[in-house]
Design a protein around this ligand. Structure first.
Ligand SMILES: Nc1ncnc2c1ncn2[C@@H]1O[C@H](COP(=O)(O)OP(=O)(O)O)[C@@H](O)[C@H]1O
Ligand code: SF4
Ligand SMILES: [Mg+2]
Length: 351
């Protein structure tokens, strides 16, 4: 198949807030603003940024759980907004989601076996024997014993519940899994196990991941490419090695500087950069990062910086670090910036 598995073009989501006193005009939460990227089959694209920057909204837009205000999402070149009945069902099989809190996303009354075979049973009825065989196979794929199929979620550890969430996502053999803060609620050592599991599954099954996290330290060893979001926009999108070796956008730089060292006794920083993150209801003019940016110049308060392609294959939106010399990059160019081939990720290198 030619072309990317997933293409996101100029995706925008504004949430209108109710009319206030004396019918004052609606205000709008600009949750996602003009976001473009692509994901190849078998690739891991990580989306990182502080809480509230629009990561989960991007995930919901990709899954078609909310409608975009603008822009589009294409799977294998087909706009998901155009999909009807049968095609939509097929699409739902190709894209699955893993959530942050497996406990609240798993039905507490169903056994592990029922939970992970449920998506398949939405498509075809299974009798007991093939259902149990499928459950055993899926549990083994995520490193759990088949005997666990009889347990309830409350009888499993946090790490096991997250493995269960992954097994359920795998059950329909998806081409793409969207994992939204999938390891954020777990201890550091369990995080590393789950990340290793995702890398293994990718190598075995060729699954692509959109892996969302507020923690750059977590994504370093599984990302092929990283998109850094700030207040609804992508400010830097780069091959992972290049991004960590030399961040270009001042916000990426601050995030990397604040990423915790691999020491479980060290506290993770909640606010990686100085100052409060501004509100997406009334974002700062020009570059939204300017009130917190040590490099800000006058122009930063006025003009939104365009994403500019750099020589090493990344795109960066910064007037100072990536000045637009000629024509700024078009969104469709940004969407098609391809991954530099990344060899298998070393499991040992995680933490
Ligand atoms: N349904 C909604 N209605 C209004 N505002 C929303 C809604 N969902 C998200 N938001 C707002 O959009 C912004 C981005 O939210 P979200 O995508 O959840 O960010 P993240 O996942 O990066 O923490 C936040 O300011 C959030 O409050
Ligand atoms: S455009 Fe200006 S404010 Fe924004 S990151 Fe670059 S230097 Fe800082
Ligand atoms: Mg979120």
């Amino acid at each position: 198949m030619s072309g990317p598995l997933l293409t996101v073009e100029n995706l925008t989501k504004h949430y209108p807030l109710g009319a206030g006193f004396l019918k004052k005009p609606f205000s709008v939460v600009k949750a996602v603003e003009d976001v473009s990227f692509s994901v190849e089959a078998g690739e891991t694209l990580c989306i990182v940024g502080e809480s509230g920057c629009g990561k989960s909204t991007v995930a919901r837009l990709l899954m078609r759980l909310v409608e975009p205000t603008g822009g589009r999402v294409l799977i294998d070149g087909t706009d998901i907004a155009d999909l009807k009945k049968q095609a939509l069902r097929a699409f739902r099989r190709r894209m699955q989601m893993v959530f942050q809190d497996p406990y609240s996303s798993l039905n507490p009354r169903l056994t592990a076996g029922q939970i992970i075979t449920e998506p398949v049973e939405n498509f075809e009825r299974l009798s007991r024997k093939p259902r149990n065989a499928l459950a055993a196979d899926l549990l083994q794929k995520v490193g759990m014993s088949p005997e666990m199929m009889h347990r309830l979620p409350s009888e499993l550890s946090g790490g096991q519940r997250q493995r269960l969430g992954i097994a359920r996502a795998l059950s329909l053999k998806p081409a793409l899994i969207i994992a939204d803060e999938a390891v954020s609620a777990l201890d550091v050592s369990v995080q590393a196990q789950i990340l290793n599991l995702l890398v293994d599954l990718q190598q075995q099954m060729g699954i692509a991941f959109v892996f969302i996290s507020h923690d750059l330290g977590v994504v370093e060893h599984i990302a092929h490419r990283v998109a850094v979001m700030y207040l609804g926009r992508i400010v830097e999108l780069a091959p992972s090695e290049a991004l960590f070796a030399k961040p270009v956008h001042p916000y990426t730089e601050a995030l990397i500087a604040a990423a915790p060292v691999p020491d479980p006794t060290r506290v993770r920083l909640e606010a990686p950069v100085e100052g409060e993150a501004p509100s997406p209801i009334n974002p700062p003019s020009g570059c939204a990062f300017h009130p917190r940016c040590p490099l800000a110049v006058e122009r930063c308060r006025i003009d939104v910086p365009p994403l500019v392609p750099m020589a090493d294959g990344r795109v960066v939106a910064c007037h100072v670090r990536a000045p637009a010399r000629e024509i700024p990059v078009q969104p469709d160019v940004a969407a098609n910036i391809s991954a530099t081939p990344v060899s298998a990720v070393s499991k040992q290198s995680i933490y």
